[in-house]
Write a protein that binds this ligand. Structure first.
Ligand code: HEC
Ligand code: HEC
Ligand code: HEC
Ligand code: HEC
Ligand code: HEC
Length: 165
């Protein structure tokens, strides 16, 4: 009985705060409340799910088929996990909502940063292995200044048309 009540108070203060700061509450919902921490502590690596993160421009988000390689049959009691098989039964693909996105006029390549520059995922995305729920905010701002700061420091190109093609 205590938890719903506490959650109720939490929501009250959160909404109150948003109201007074004049901002819209915006929860970045995902079709399944995915838990990075559980999967990474089970020994998976980033590219098992983000298959392009080392070799392509886009890291990509995993398809239902990837999840089903392990979740065809239940692995636990989780309601969220049951959704995987419900999506399969309905014949619907998982529509993850990307959070980290640069505008269409900006070119960004994972291969270039991960392979050529040797940067770790955590440099730009933070400690994903600690997340027990989908991220709600960016770890690193996706502003031009932020890209340029690192490019200047590491003597990478800063010509306009490297990033704007
Ligand atoms: C390589 C195997 C593997 C793959 C691929 C995989 N999972 Fe899991 N998943 C696991 C294991 C292991 C657990 C932990 C089971 C437990 O302890 O309850 C788990 C647990 C879960 C849970 C329950 C976690 C919780 O919060 O209690 C959900 C939800 C889930 N996975 C979703 C997904 C989704 C969505 C995908 C595809 C993007 C996926 N999994 C891909 C192995 C996998
Ligand atoms: C079992 C599959 C799986 C593994 C392994 C995995 N991820 Fe993910 N990742 C997902 C799914 C599903 C989402 C979308 C749901 C969410 O945001 O939690 C996601 C979302 C993300 C996002 C947010 C994308 C956005 O649009 O902002 C980042 C960044 C990310 N993962 C990085 C990583 C890194 C770094 C690793 C390794 C340390 C990793 N992931 C390992 C499945 C996985
Ligand atoms: C130099 C910074 C940087 C590094 C290093 C980096 N990323 Fe990203 N990541 C980004 C940016 C910027 C975007 C948005 C790209 C876009 O909009 O095309 C992004 C987007 C993503 C997404 C969202 C889905 C997608 O395809 O756009 C995932 C998942 C992701 N990165 C995972 C990873 C993983 C896993 C690694 C390590 C192997 C990694 N990233 C390394 C900057 C980085
Ligand atoms: C933490 C450091 C870091 C951040 C942040 C970063 N970059 Fe880079 N970037 C590099 C390095 C280092 C290289 C050079 C890689 C190489 O040796 O090819 C590079 C190369 C590039 C290239 C290829 C340039 C060429 O030679 O033609 C593009 C395009 C690019 N980055 C875009 C971006 C964009 C867009 C962002 C911001 C969303 C960004 N980068 C953020 C470090 C970074
Ligand atoms: C390292 C990558 C990078 C380089 C180099 C770069 N930009 Fe950008 N630029 C970005 C990113 C990322 C954005 C989108 C985020 C933002 O608006 O801050 C952006 C946004 C912009 C915008 C749109 C701003 C807006 O308000 O919508 C303009 C205009 C622009 N850049 C011009 C330039 C010019 C001119 C140069 C050369 C002097 C340049 N950029 C060099 C990454 C870069």
């Amino acid at each position: 009985m205590r938890r719903p009540m506490l959650a109720g108070f939490g929501a009250f203060f959160l909404l109150g705060g948003l109201f007074f700061s004049g901002r819209q509450p915006e929860f970045h919902a995902q079709p399944i409340a995915f838990n990075h921490s559980k999967h990474l502590s089970a020994g998976m690596s980033c590219t098992d799910c983000h298959v392009g993160a080392q070799t392509q421009a886009r890291a990509t988000l995993p398809t239902l088929e990837t999840c089903l390689t392990c979740h065809e049959a239940p692995l636990g009691e989780s309601r969220e996990e049951q959704k995987i098989r419900a999506f399969k039964a309905a014949g619907t693909e998982l529509e993850w909502r990307p959070l980290t996105r640069v505008p269409a006029h900006v070119y960004f390549s994972h291969r270039r940063h991960v392979q050529a520059a040797g940067l770790t995922c955590a440099t730009c995305h933070g400690a994903m292995e600690k997340l027990t729920a989908p991220p709600q905010k960016l770890f690193r701002p996706l502003t031009m200044d932020n890209c340029l700061e690192c490019h200047e420091k590491s003597r990478a190109n800063t010509d306009c048309n490297d990033c704007h093609r």
